[in-house]
Write a protein that binds this ligand. Sequence first.
Ligand SMILES: NC(=O)c1ccc[n+]([C@@H]2O[C@H](COP(=O)([O-])OP(=O)(O)OC[C@H]3O[C@@H](n4cnc5c(N)ncnc54)[C@H](O)[C@@H]3O)[C@@H](O)[C@H]2O)c1
Ligand SMILES: O=C(O)C(=O)C[C@@H](O)[C@H](O)[C@H](O)COP(=O)(O)O
Ligand SMILES: [Zn+2]
Length: 359
Amino acid sequence: MNVSVNLPNESYQISIEKGLLSKCGSWLSKIWSTDKKVAIISDEEVASFYLDKVCQSVEEAGYRVVTKTISAGEASKSFTRAEELCQWLAEENMTRTDGVVALGGGVVGDLVGFVAGIYMRGISYVQMPTSLLAQVDSSVGGKTAVNTVGIKNLVGVFNQPAGVLIDPQTLTTLPRERISEGLAEVVKTAAILDVNLWTDLQKLNSIEDFLNQSESIIARCCELKASVVEADEKEAGQRVILNFGHTFGHAVEATLQSRGISHGEAVAIGMVRISEAMISYGYTPKEFMTELTDLLTKFELPITMSGLDAEAIITAMSGDKKNKGNALRLVYVSEIGNAKTLDVSFETVKDYIRKELNA
Ligand SMILES: NC(=O)c1ccc[n+]([C@@H]2O[C@H](COP(=O)([O-])OP(=O)(O)OC[C@H]3O[C@@H](n4cnc5c(N)ncnc54)[C@H](O)[C@@H]3O)[C@@H](O)[C@H]2O)c1
Ligand SMILES: O=C(O)C(=O)C[C@@H](O)[C@H](O)[C@H](O)COP(=O)(O)O
Ligand SMILES: [Zn+2]
């Protein structure tokens, strides 16, 4: 299955097929000439499963290959890792006419996409996402970033990949809680963009049921995200709806890093929290909450979290990139499959959070 992302300057294809990773060299040769040197960057866990296979296929296609692995986990989305990777690319004499592959989950994708955007002011890169979250969301659309001063994705660039290769077979080695994590972004995508996908998700009985249909659901999520990115590549307006659940979610994720909360778990909690608030003010229909929490529970995701520190959440939210002056731009579901935004003063949000979390 192929999905196109049509942009004024950098259109690209997303190829989705079980087993495609073993043929990634010939896939790559349709995008890059084989005289390029290719730097494949992965994390240690993903590398242990897939790096040899990818290297072999890329070399067989005729490319010169160099490889680098980083530690797995969110802590790698840092300036320090980005600088180390830039230094390594320089040591390997990588030039602007060469190419970089991001092989891994959203952490590798966001970090490597950022490095590819700044090394020599830009070197071509492709995404080979191996986690569900990266296959349905982070590998598409060109948002790249590192975290700093306790704020998620504070520094980054919009940098579209030259192509995205998705092999849903990689989900067989992904731990179950990471499948759940990716399903949080699938639920988000359906909630804001596609009532049909929402009802399809409701018909699934379990994570296993989802895995049986993963290829078509991944493709649907990519199509939906591509349509938003095509309409508003750099988040001047409509793209902001992809941030549903992320204002509170990112703050939870940043403040609970030491407890090992994942992005998807934090987004699940964030979607529930914003929907609670928006239902209480009459912006989101009441029935949405039961449907949302039923889906999240079925996919083994949290819907609430105790012990959140209101002041730490407020501080993390102050760095949200959607903020406009002293207002927070909040994304809410107006009806299933549609989302809208509401600008609310930071003072009002602070009062609400203190009231809710300190109750
Ligand atoms: N750029 C975007 O648009 C966008 C969208 C959503 C999320 N994100 C970012 O993505 C990150 C989360 O991504 P993630 O959930 O993929 O986390 P991750 O990259 O940390 O991967 C999760 C874990 O799964 C392992 N893993 C990945 N693929 C595997 C496989 N096939 N088999 C076995 N293990 C595997 C990784 O080594 C890691 O330990 C966050 O930093 C989030 O901010 C970015
Ligand atoms: O692609 C987008 O746009 C998104 O907002 C997708 C989100 O799922 C993702 O977590 C993104 O990285 C959040 O972006 P940010 O701009 O809030 O850092
Ligand atoms: Zn997200």
